[in-house]
Design a protein around this ligand. Sequence first.
Ligand SMILES: [Zn+2]
Length: 408
Amino acid sequence: MSSSRTGRMLRHGLAVLCAVLSGSLAAGASGSPVAGPVVGASGPAVTATFAAVRETPGCQAVYISSRWAGGFTGGVKVTNLGPPLTGWRLEWDFADRGQRVTRGWNGVFAQEGGHVTVTGMWWNSGLATGDAVSPGFNGSLAGRNPDPVSFRLNGVACAGLAPPPAPGRWNPPKRLAGPLGQVWRHVESTYPDLYGARNRGWDQIMANRGSISYCVRWDSAAKVSAELRDRIHAALARQFGKWTDALTGWDSWPYEKVPVRVVGWAVRDRSALEWRDDSVEVHVNAAAECALACSRFSHQDGDYSGCPGGAARHYDLSLWLTSGFPGGAGGDWGQRLGSEYLVGALAEEDIPVLQHEIGHTFGLDDFYDWDPGVGGFLMKAGSAGRVTEFDRWMLRDWWRHLKSRYGY
Ligand SMILES: [Zn+2]
C-alpha cells in the first residue's frame, strides 16, 4: 500500500482490502514545517524559532524570532481567549539590554529599557474572542537575543501557568531512537503533503480544544439497541484513548484526556435503531451517511452554518461499520471496519483493527514493504494485537514534528 494515500488499510488475515475510501486531504497547502514563518522578514534571516508558548484563559502568545548578522526580526501572535476587547495592549520584557525594537508593524511600539508595549492601530484595535493579532518588528542587538518568556494582554498574563516547553525533549529508549528516525525519514520522503495537510487527528483535537467528535455510520440491517449504541461508544472511546493516553504529560501535549463524543448515527432504515431518545442526531439515507454539512472533512474552513446543530454538533470522524466488511480502512475521515467484527469484540480491552485504523487517523503509516526491525507492532498489520511501545513513540514523534503549528 502506497504511503501516498490518505486512506490506509489493514491486511487482516488473508483478506487484503486496498480501497482508498475517500478523497485526498483537502486541507490548505500553506503549511510550514518545523520552523515557523518569519514575520515580516526582509533581510537575510538565518533561523526561526518558536518559543515562549503559554496559555491561560485570557490569551495565548506565540513568539517567533529570526536573527541575522545585523539584528533580528521578531513577531508575536497573540490570541484573545477572553472577552472581546475594544482596544489591546501587549507587553513583554527583553532580558538583554541590547535588544531594541527599531521598527514595528501591525501595532504601535514603545520601549523603555527592556520593557516593550504594543498597542493596536486604528484598523486592528478590536479583538473579538478567539481573534488574533500579529505585531512584528525589526530589532537591533548588542549581544545575545533571548526570547521573552512572558506576555501580557491588557494586563492579563498569557504566561506563567505552565513551565516553558522543553525544546527538543526527545528521549525514546536507545534501542528505539534509530528505528524512529528511520520511520520519520520514510514518512518525510513518501508523504506528498506531510506538513501541509491540516485534517489529521491532531488538527481535529486541537481545533476542538481537546476532544474528538464522531458520527457512527451503521451500514448494516442489524438492530441496534440503546445499550449496544452505548457499548460501541464506550469501546470507541477506549480504543481512541489507547493512543491519546500515550501523549498525556508528554512534551507539552496539553490534554490530560481526550474525550470521545458521538454526536450522530446514520442508518439506512430508522427502524434498525431501537432507541427513541434524542441523545444523538439520527441521519437516515440509503448510504447510511452522516450529514455532510456537519462533517469536518467536508468543511475544513470551519464553516458549519449548514449543520442543524452548528459547530457544536459537527463531527470530525466517521466510525463506519459495514456488515461483512473484511479488514479495515482508516484516514483523516475516520475508520471503517466490519460491524460484526466490532460488535463481537466490544468486551475486549484491545480491538486491534480499530486501534490500527485510528493510528492512520493520526497520520501513522503502514509497513507492508519494510519495517525498522523492532519486532511486532500494531501499525505493522498482523504483527501485534494492541498499541505497543514502538507505536506510542511513533505517535509522539508525530506530535514532536507538528506541535509548533499549534504554538507548542
Ligand atoms: Zn493500515
